[in-house]
Design a protein around this ligand. Sequence first.
Ligand SMILES: Cc1cc2nc3c(=O)[nH]c(=O)nc-3n(C[C@H](O)[C@H](O)[C@H](O)COP(=O)(O)O)c2cc1C
Length: 380
Amino acid sequence: MGPLAATRLLRKAATHDGEFVDAPLPNIRPLWIGPLEINPPILQAPMAGFTNYAFRQIVREFGGAGLLATEMVCAKGFIWLDQHEAEHPDRLWGVVDEPRPLAVQMWDNDPATLARVGERLANEYKVSVVDINFGCPVRKVTKTGAGATLLEDPDRACRIVDTVARAVEAPVTVKMRRGLEDGSRAALTVGPKLVEAGAASLTIHPRSARQMYTGCADHSLTAELVELVDVPVVASGDVTSYARAQEILATTGCAAVMVGRAAQGNPWTIAEIVGDEARVPEREEVVAELVLFMRETVRELGAGRATGFLKKFYGWYLGRGRFPKPFKQELLQLGAIEDVEGRLFAAVPSARGAFDRLLAEQPADEGVLLDLPISAYGGG
Ligand SMILES: Cc1cc2nc3c(=O)[nH]c(=O)nc-3n(C[C@H](O)[C@H](O)[C@H](O)COP(=O)(O)O)c2cc1C
């Protein structure tokens, strides 16, 4: 979908006489999670309700992210589906035949349930990394004793990691917040115990669960965690640009950074963080990419579910000063996805040609449907 070629670890740097040459990115070395090499050490954050297959495809085609993550999977729901073989509206599309490495994150509070699902994901579906969510701040998850609540229950958290790591052939990793309450340092006491229990890497989003997404991620905690454990630490939170990624890598000693919200409707930022020139996309490119994403999402979710799912993406693609606000509002008023598409092409007629060119570049891929219960509760 994107115009960029394969991932680079080189960045153009200006020489004294104004020439541009390839220069190695500072602070960039591959990340190793157990035997798995992740290169570049830029990870795409799991985001429930956002990191669908179409989104992951875009991230890949913009040359971004050494490791991509699906949306979070509800472990109990996974088992329920297995038992009932029922039609279920939530699903994970693409996992079976998607390029690796690919991480799937799951949530629950029961070690045996998570081990059972982790075992299926790794051993049967061959996902590269099984990640456990200890960060979700959303009440529907925390009230079950799962997500960020597990940071206050270290014994259970360790039993979870230990049980899953024994059951699963792939590396088992953990993604966590700093703790439940503002100022909490729970991640620093629990993190080393999780490593002892078998976590192959730790991702920290150093905000409290109470903070949700307000304030700033306090990466001084990331630096402290790096000192405490001998597995790679991944920094998540406010990685919004190449400069910010470099700064976090350099100041915390973390092994990799993870990009979340900055990539929403903005694959150009992912490309920049990975090492391409920062550039502002033309309007026709923005529209062409958005329409392609819309069509792929309809293929994945069906028109009914895609209609609601896509609404948040209109603002992200068309925002950032790319289109006037009233235009975004107008699109949100339109019900049918075809109407949105028609309006986009009417606003930027040259985008049709750009879209046709993107479409012609697409691999012939029918996708493989794998029904999994994606959590609608998102958050970490
Ligand atoms: C809408 C949304 C959904 C999210 N869903 C998850 C999730 O399912 N699992 C998880 O571990 N983190 C989840 N997160 C947290 C992100 O993975 C990431 O840690 C956080 O957004 C901070 O990074 P950022 O500042 O780059 O966005 C979610 C974040 C957002 C905004």
